[in-house]
Design a protein around this ligand. Structure first.
Ligand SMILES: [Zn+2]
Length: 311
């Protein structure tokens, strides 16, 4: 059996036999969603109370050091089974899903969340699991375990960015070179760079070059703030990179009724905005999202200079 088939088997087994997963995947069927319509694209708002732990997670060094790491094998629930993925990683079913099929792929050792040296593995995963979007949240922009290296994966056909890229209304080719393309977006509210191609080495080197340039603008951080989505189909990878300038928007910290508990990461950047509190789900408006996006992501004046001669 290939990874896809083995993962499918693991998923079905876990949802059937592990009570926590069983309950939470069933509950996901009743999760409420609504659309907010922008010019040329939609954002989907998902009311998902099961995500409160992740969205409100304290990710400062002190809090992280004080808790047992929930991704280390010795601390994982006994019922949670894994599937080895070379090199040194294990595929797990995420018991707090956003997607109908939601995985966490964790390093076997307790090492910091860093994309440097690991982007190649992300592309391998995308190819091994072509039914999934693989995603990465940087240690300071969405990872609730910044001290334990991991990716997540969610079934394709859910994040609006997939279709937004296919229909191509808001993106255009910035540059291309043989088997690699660089795409830029306009009017999408959030800054995003898209790489597409069949040559893994070229994708890795374009990504690394971009990271190096972006890192120079955030030299006080352990790595430049990034959310990344990667998928594979028809012998090509599609990679959406969301450079970030802030983790949580001001609304997250408000203590009056302007508070919106939103902690944006890859899924939100991909177009599904997760609100763990019902009041936020009901009250969030287009203008809030425009404001939040402008706080947390790069605009084209900041982003496009990073793309010059990237390929
Ligand atoms: Zn750990």
């Amino acid at each position: 059996m290939n990874y896809s088939e083995r993962t499918e088997k693991l998923f079905n087994n876990q949802v059937e036999k592990w009570e926590l997963a069983n309950t939470n995947y069933k509950q996901l069927e009743n999760v409420k969603t609504r659309s907010i319509i922008f010019d040329g694209f939609n954002l989907l708002i998902q009311f998902n109370p099961g995500r409160i732990t992740s969205s409100a997670a304290k990710v400062d060094t002190k809090s992280i050091q004080a808790r047992p790491c929930f991704l280390c094998e010795r601390n994982r629930p006994e019922q949670q089974k894994g599937l080895a993925f070379a090199p040194g990683m294990t595929i797990l079913v995420n018991p707090f899903p956003i997607f109908k099929k939601h995985l966490t792929i964790v390093a076997d050792s307790h090492t910091n969340q860093r994309i440097a040296g690991n982007f190649n593995t992300m592309l391998k995963l995308a190819k091994a699991l072509p039914e999934y979007q693989i995603f990465y949240n940087g240690p300071q922009c969405g990872a609730s375990a910044p001290d334990h290296f991991h990716f997540q994966a969610g079934n394709k056909g859910f994040l609006p960015i997939e279709e937004d890229f296919t229909d191509g209304k808001l993106c255009r080719l910035n540059s291309s070179r043989e088997d690699i393309e660089l795409w830029q977006w306009t009017g999408y509210q959030r800054g995003v760079v898209t790489l597409k191609g069949s040559n893994k080495n070229k994708l890795v080197s374009a990504f690394e070059k971009f990271c190096k340039r972006f890192a120079a603008t955030q030299s006080d951080r352990p790595e430049p703030m990034l959310n990344i989505l990667a998928s594979f189909s028809s012998d090509e990878w599609i990679i959406h990179i969301f450079p970030r300038k802030l983790h949580r928007p001001s609304q997250f910290f408000a203590d009056d009724n302007s508070k919106i508990l939103l902690s944006p990461a890859s899924v939100d950047m991909g177009g599904v905005v997760i609100t763990p509190r019902e009041e936020d789900f009901l009250k969030i408006r287009k203008k809030d999202l425009v404001d939040i996006c402008s706080q947390i992501s790069l605009n084209n004046n900041e982003l496009l200079p990073l793309l010059i001669d990237l390929l």
